[in-house]
Design a protein around this ligand. Structure first.
Ligand SMILES: Nc1nc2c(ncn2[C@@H]2O[C@H](COP(=O)(O)OP(=O)(O)OP(=O)(O)O)[C@@H](O)[C@H]2O)c(=O)[nH]1
Ligand SMILES: O=C(O)[C@H](O)COP(=O)(O)O
Length: 219
């Protein structure tokens, strides 16, 4: 019996999207981070209400927003970074008796139900499933049991997670899904997202008066 918990790690908005500092102001970066995060919460509440969602963050505002979308909020202890935050969340997921943990970042520009239907279906057949990010990162990580492998988010993390699963003799597979591969890290990612999914980003663009500016210079 699959009992699946979705874990969303979320930085404090004031610290988020630092790589966009070359093209967005601090308040624009904060607005973007929060709108992507709220969109992620709304997506799972609407399309996968049967799955528990857990958010881990240092920010009370982030945890309060999680609660408003029916998610459970976990207060991150210390400031050790993403991998430590995920380890803390994983202890809660294990203790709560979930068989599968699915880590999803808060900054995927367009979440696609069919891609997650596929991810969750594969998760019933493999102990680890890695949905690669466009830059070699990890944009979704399924593990069963939740602590099946350690967390190696950072440079080339998809390969790191695959090696960890292989080392431990676990069944695993890597997926490259068109929308799930697209998180927003750099200015070019933001322009692509606004251009390709304008209707989805319209509220944020209008709030911040930002629109794809072809000649915009990115740092
Ligand atoms: N709880 C928690 N979440 C984190 C931490 N670092 C990153 N995240 C989250 O992990 C996901 C991937 O984050 P990154 O792309 O590395 O960070 P970012 O804030 O989106 O962008 P940068 O500031 O440019 O690195 C996002 O959902 C972040 O909010 C952390 O230390 N703690
Ligand atoms: O995917 C990862 O390992 C982390 O999210 C960091 O990668 P990113 O900075 O490309 O999002």
């Amino acid at each position: 019996m699959t009992h699946l918990c979705i874990v969303i790690p979320m930085k404090s908005p004031s610290c988020a999207k630092q790589r966009l500092a070359g093209c967005l102001s601090a308040s624009e970066r904060q607005q973007l981070a929060v709108s992507l995060y709220a969109n992620t919460l709304a997506f799972f509440q609407q399309h996968f209400p049967q799955h528990q969602v857990v958010v881990i963050s240092q920010s009370c505002v982030v945890l309060s927003l999680a609660k408003s979308y029916g998610a459970h909020g976990l207060r991150e202890e210390g400031k050790e970074g993403l991998n430590e935050a995920l380890w803390q969340a994983c202890q809660w997921v294990k203790k709560a008796g979930f068989t599968h943990q699915v880590i999803v970042p808060s900054d995927i520009s367009l979440l696609d139900k069919q891609e997650f239907d596929l991810l969750f279906a594969v998760a019933t057949q493999q102990q680890v499933v890695i949905a690669q990010a466009k830059d070699g990162g990890t944009n979704a990580l399924v593990s069963s049991p939740p602590d099946a492998i350690g967390f190696h988010y950072g440079l080339h993390s998809a390969a790191q997670h695959a090696q960890a699963a292989k080392r431990q003799g676990l069944s695993f597979c890597q997926l490259r899904l068109p929308h799930l591969a697209q998180d927003i890290d750099q200015g070019e990612d933001l322009d692509r997202a606004i251009t390709q999914q304008a209707e989805h980003f319209l509220p944020w663009c209008e709030t911040t008066r930002k629109w794809p500016v072809k000649e915009r210079q990115y740092a």
